[in-house]
Design a binder for this molecule. Sequence first.
Ligand SMILES: Nc1ncnc2c1ncn2[C@@H]1O[C@H](COP(=O)(O)OP(=O)(O)OP(=O)(O)O)[C@@H](O)[C@H]1O
Ligand SMILES: [Mg+2]
Length: 145
Amino acid sequence: MSAWCISRYFLGSTVSITEARRFVTTFLKGWPNVATAELIVSELATNAIRHSASGRFGGRFLVTIRGDAGRLWIAVLDEGGPGRPQIFPEYPDLEGGRGLRIVSEAASEWGVLGDHRGRTVWASLDDAAVDPNPANHSNAYRQGR
Ligand SMILES: Nc1ncnc2c1ncn2[C@@H]1O[C@H](COP(=O)(O)OP(=O)(O)OP(=O)(O)O)[C@@H](O)[C@H]1O
Ligand SMILES: [Mg+2]
């Protein structure tokens, strides 16, 4: 079984959150964990725009999805900045601070790579029943539909 990997850059604006979700759902169409993958990419893309230099004028972020032997890996590479992704302790009346907690609970594993020059926040889903054959992927994206 071979691994597969697909990546796409998005502009660092809020409309890209919808586009990133669509990128993932289109590519993973029909797979059992597509809704979880969509939730994860939505939170990570939102964070890239809101909390990193990707959200500045001209900024962008890179979404990568990778499948390998039943494991799905979703990653968002941003353009860095002074802040670091972190899960806040739970305060009942805290505004926000839930996205990464949701990701950590939905994912089998998650983590952060990189530094102020650019960070990759990643999450993996085990037992995702990921079809390892790229020929079976939805190719709506490649056909521009
Ligand atoms: N890509 C990132 N780059 C830098 N800092 C980040 C990044 N993602 C998250 N953070 C930091 O981690 C914190 C927690 O992120 P989290 O997504 O849990 O909450 P939030 O984005 O503040 O609110 P929300 O509940 O709307 O997602 C953020 O407030 C921010 O300080
Ligand atoms: Mg967030």
